[in-house]
Ligand binder design. Structure first.
Ligand code: ZN
Length: 233
């Protein structure tokens, strides 16, 4: 097995890996992820506030209806002629009137409180909407930056890919296929040297004795723990 050619390949591939890492570690990408979370949160809050507003508006309609009933009753009573009433009736009517006045006062206060609630909900809703809009605007800026970074790295990446394609010809196809599969799974470096007599050069896990004898026979093995190829220098 020609390990040297695979090491050569990996050596150049590490340049490509570095560029990929740099792009994925871009602060714009991090910021874009944060903004997505913010946008989602403010959207959820807006939906909650909408439901809250609906409930308060229904309450207001209910209060107004009750107010109208009491008001109508009061108007009726004011229209009644006291002359036709007995003392007892007058007493009763005045008691009822006092009750209605108290009802109207309570309902007015409830209405005022509900109106304050509507204002609070509206203010919070506007705030949530602004947060959402701001996050979306900033996200678009980040997205553009990320695209620019990706695009500007493309010529260099393409150059390396072309050189890799040349180096690939010296590597056994099955080995190359396995390498690429691991690489696609974000395992890098894919091939590492044996450390000491029996440790994986990457994850430092002790390799079984039988694996060590395989290294001597085949030139390399796969670490069971980190899935990397391990070779003896
Ligand atoms: Zn390992």
């Amino acid at each position: 097995m020609n390990i040297e050619s695979l090491l050569n390949y990996q050596n150049l591939d590490s340049e490509l890996f570095k560029i990929e890492q740099k792009i994925s570690a871009s602060p714009y990408r991090k910021k874009a992820n944060e903004l997505t979370v913010i946008a989602k949160k403010s959207q959820t809050r807006s939906t909650e506030l909408e439901a809250e507003a609906e409930k308060v508006l229904a309450d207001i309609a209910d209060i107004k209806e009750k107010y109208e009933i009491n008001k109508k009753k009061m108007d009726e009573m004011l229209g009644e002629k006291v002359d036709d009433m007995t003392i007892e009736d007058i007493d009763k009517a005045s008691g009822l009137r006092a009750k209605i006045v108290s009802n109207l006062n309570i309902l007015e206060k409830m209405l005022q409180k509900a109106a304050e609630n509507v204002n609070r909900i509206l203010a919070e809703f506007n705030k949530a909407k602004k947060t959402f809009d701001d996050a979306r605007t900033q996200f678009a800026v980040c997205k553009q930056k990320i695209d620019e970074e990706t695009k500007s790295s493309e010529p260099e990446k393409e150059k390396i890919r072309k050189q890799l394609a040349v180096l690939e010809k010296d590597v056994e196809p099955t080995l190359m296929a396995e390498y690429k599969k691991k690489r696609a799974d974000n395992i890098f470096p894919v091939i590492v040297p044996l450390e000491g007599e029996n440790f994986c050069g990457r994850c430092r896990m002790e390799l079984p004795k039988v694996a060590i004898s395989h290294i001597k026979e085949k030139g390399m093995i796969t670490c069971e723990h980190c899935k990397r190829f391990v070779y003896k220098k």
